[in-house]
Design a protein around this ligand. Structure first.
Ligand code: F1P
Length: 316
């Protein structure tokens, strides 16, 4: 087993260690989740889940919140910021956290590095230890930061959920990789909080395998992107409560030649996700990470050193 694969399949003990109730977020007009890359994708999912839990929230990339906060929220000085960064050193995220605090905004940090610039520049710190072998590609750390964010929003994580994620990972690996031959275009669809997960699955597979990937809200796919669909396409549908419409889309994509993998709903391959909707994304994340690894292995690409990427992306 390669190093990246180990960080995916061995991540669950780190999840168990990260279970802890968290004091709620402050009562503010808006909570802004910021991050870059994978951490931004998690922010997208968490902002939706915050709204679902009755806490108004948006997600903004770190660099955008740094440079144009008022373009995202006019009364931005009244926000609370939740900054996500595995390393705690990504230039834009750290600078945005510092600038927010300088403007009188309190900052909650979610990170896997206690001794980081972000950890030193926040008001509240949520930390989880990640798999020690994790390299450039964020695998276990992505799941862990999502888990911490869910707890912060009051969604309880328990051992049964973790077991469900493990079972899903195993059943994914038993059914899916052998069906991927000849497929070179991957589309990820997710609605609500699952859109951020679709973005993350897409980014992961692209980074790991250098295959062209796309992510959309499910029904958006019919408004143009479907023109690229052919027998080289794999479509991963992360089913939300809007099952009926998403299932129709799955049928249409399959008829047009895609291999449809349904998480929590129908497809050419269907994987059950027996978990409450807000937690479905976290449950599916390890399997989606493994999809990237398996696609890379099929192309003999070493995911320990993805092209053009570094573990911490900094701007001098
Ligand atoms: C996030 C990030 C990842 C990218 C690579 C480098 O950084 O840019 O999105 O895939 O792994 O790190 P961080 O702010 O979470 O440390």
């Amino acid at each position: 087993m390669g190093i990246t694969e180990a960080t995916i399949v061995e991540q669950f003990p780190y999840w168990r260690a990260a279970i802890a109730p968290a004091a709620p977020l402050p009562e503010v007009p808006i909570t802004v989740f910021i991050g870059c890359g994978t951490s931004y994708n998690l922010a997208v999912s968490l902002a939706v889940l915050a709204n679902d839990a009755g806490k108004p929230a948006i997600a903004v990339p770190g660099g955008e919140w740094l440079d144009h906060p008022a373009s995202y929220w006019p009364d931005w000085r009244k926000a609370h910021v939740v900054a996500l960064s595995r390393s705690g050193e990504t230039t834009e995220t750290v600078a945005a956290a510092k600038a927010s605090r300088a403007a009188g905004i309190s900052v909650t940090a979610i990170t896997c590095e206690k001794q980081s610039d972000l950890a030193r520049n926040c008001d509240r710190l949520f930390f989880a230890e990640t798999h020690p072998a994790e390299g450039i590609v964020m695998t276990s750390s992505a799941s862990l930061m999502l888990l911490l964010g869910l707890q912060l929003l009051g969604y309880p994580i328990d051992k049964a959920l973790i077991e469900t994620a493990e079972i899903l990972l195993e059943s994914f690996d038993a059914q899916v990789p052998t069906r991927l031959g000849g497929r070179s275009h991957f589309v990820f669809l997710g609605g609500g909080a699952l859109y951020g997960i679709a973005l993350e699955a897409s980014l992961k597979l692209q980074e790991m395998s250098q295959i062209y990937t796309q992510a959309f809200h499910p029904l958006e796919y019919r408004h143009g992107p479907i023109s690229l669909l052919d027998e080289r396409t794999v479509a991963v549908i992360l089913y939300s409560e809007a099952q009926a419409a998403e299932a129709k889309l799955a049928g249409e994509m399959s008829d047009k030649g895609a291999l449809v993998i349904g998480f929590g709903g129908p497809g050419d391959l269907s994987l059950p996700v027996p978990i409450a909707a807000p937690l479905a994304g976290l449950t599916a994340l390890p399997a989606l990470q493994l999809l990237g690894e398996r696609a890379a292995q099929a192309r003999n690409i070493d995911t320990v050193a993805p092209r053009h990427l570094t573990k911490v992306v900094t701007l001098a």
